[in-house]
Ligand binder design. Sequence first.
Ligand SMILES: [Mg+2]
Length: 278
Amino acid sequence: MRIVDLFEAFFIDLDGVVYIGEKPISGAKETLLRLRSLGKTTIYLTNDPRSSPEDYVKKLENMGIPSNPEDIITSIMAIAHYIKYQHQDLIQKKAYVVGTQALKREINRIGLALVEGEEAKMADFVIIGGHPGFHYDEIKISTLAIRNGALFYATNRDPNVPSEEGYVPATGSELAAIEVASGKRAITAGKPEAIMFEVAIAKNHLDSKENIAIIGDRLDTDIMGGKAAGISTILVLSGSTKSEDLDDTEIMPDFVINNLGDLLSDKDKFINPKKFPQ
Ligand SMILES: [Mg+2]
C-alpha cells in the first residue's frame, strides 16, 4: 500500500515542500497533479502573512500547479476566521491592524472597522502580521491600545523567513517588540497552533481526522501543529529539516519522506523508524 492510499485529504506546507523561495522542488508538480487525479483533497497551509490566497494561486500556476483560492489557508485567513467565530458581534468594533494590505482587507471583511492614529489607541482589537514597513509608532500605538484593554491577536510567530539574503525578521520578531512593551501575549493562529488546522478542517467540511495528513518540512510548526490537531504527520526532507535532526527531538512524525514523490511509493519504506522501532 502507498502512503497516498492511507488518506483522503492532505494539508500541504508550501515553502520547503512544493518550492524553495521561487524554485519549484523537483517532482512536486507531478505528484500534486497525480493527487488531484486520484480525487484527493489538497489544501495548502502557509504561515506567511504577506500574501493573499490569490497571490499563491498565481505562484503555483507559474510552476504548472493548478489550484483555487479556496485551496489555500494562510495565517491571515486563519486568524480572521478565528476572531469572527470567537466574537459574535464585530459590528461597530474597531481594530488597529499592523501588517500588509492583505491582512487589513481580511480583517475589514469580517466586519471590523480599521482605525489609525489617535483613534487606534482606544481600539477594541490589535492584530499583528509581519510587514517590511514595521515602525516604532506601530509598537507604540499597539502597546497603548493593549494597555487600554484591546484584545491582542497575531497571524503567527515565525521569528524569521528565508530570503535571497538569508533569514530575515518576520512576524515573530515584530510581535516580540509589542509583547515586551505591552506585557501581554497575543493569541496566534499559524502553525503549530491548532487554529490553522481547525480552520482548514472546517472550511473544507472534513469530518474524519483519521483521513487527513499534514505534509511539512518543519518539526516545530508543521509536525507539532499536526499532532496538536490530531491528524497524521508526514515530514519531508526537501526543506529545512535533515534526517539527523530526528535524533534529538521529541516531535516524532508518523512518516519521513524525501520528497512529495514518495507519497506514491510503498508506505512501509517511509514509516518513521524512530517512532515505530522494529
Ligand atoms: Mg515549510
